[in-house]
Write a protein that binds this ligand. Structure first.
Ligand code: ADP
Ligand code: 5GP
Length: 205
């Protein structure tokens, strides 16, 4: 995904650096759906991650992800080019640092859609980042959404549900905010409010 919803080049934005919004949550909870709807309400630059996962049908290199080999990923990591990285369900994912910093410096709000371990690394490196965990109304509903999407094989669905149970347990202690994605518009509304008033924490540990 590239820049969505506005360039952020107007004079009011040039005077301050942008905010870093990290949205995390179990696979299938609706992160892609919610952040796309969010971008229609609030100008955001979507960070494009690198991954060693093969592309799914319809995914475009350089837009949805940069699809790289294990060797390319290792080299980026070794050169310190990744703001964070993590292994997830057998593949590696990472956030290229330079574009994130450039867009923040240009006054744009930047969105990272990353898993929990990566979100923790970002928060440790950049305390001012606003972290949001998107939770499902129930695990049964999460399974319905994940399987219903139809682009993830059954082994990956089971692996992702095991990870999801762990994430749901730790999330309230780790994230600044937990938002339940029952209704998309309500979830978007809550995130818009968080962006407008990032403090205080809703879920202090
Ligand atoms: P993620 O990016 O977290 O893996 P997706 O955005 O791909 O999840 O959503 C997974 C599936 O759940 C999709 O089929 C999507 O249409 C559906 N979905 C997303 N949000 C909701 C919601 N609030 N209610 C019902 N279905 C939803
Ligand atoms: P998927 O394979 O379904 O696209 O993504 C699997 C998980 O990896 C999702 O939870 C997604 O948020 C996460 N992810 C995507 N990009 C990154 C990244 O750059 N870093 C980390 N840590 N996780 C990522």
């Amino acid at each position: 995904m590239g820049s969505v919803g506005g360039s952020g080049q107007d004079s009011s934005k040039r005077s301050r650096s942008g905010r870093l919004l990290v949205v995390s949550g179990p696979s299938g909870v609706g992160k892609t759906t919610v952040v796309r709807a969010l971008a229609a309400r609030h100008p955001l630059h979507f960070s494009v991650s690198v991954t060693t996962r093969p592309p799914r049908l319809g995914e475009r290199d350089g837009i949805d992800y940069r699809f790289v080999t294990e060797t390319e990923f290792d080299e980026m990591r070794r050169r310190g080019e990744l703001l964070e990285w993590a292994e997830y369900s057998g593949y590696r994912y990472g956030t290229p640092r330079a574009p994130v910093l450039a867009h923040l410096a240009a006054g744009e709000d930047v969105l990272l859609d990353i898993e929990v371990k990566g979100a923790m690394q970002v928060k440790a490196a950049m305390a001012e980042a606003v972290t949001v965990f998107l939770a499902p109304p129930s695990v049964a509903e999460l399974e319905r959404r994940l399987a219903g999407r139809g682009d993830t094989d059954p082994t990956q669905v089971s692996r992702r549900l095991i990870i999801a149970r762990w994430q749901l347990e730790v999330a309230p202690r780790i994230f600044d905010h937990v938002v339940v994605n029952d209704d998309v518009e309500t979830a978007v509304e809550q995130i818009v409010r968080i962006l407008e008033h990032p403090e205080p924490r809703e879920n202090p540990s």
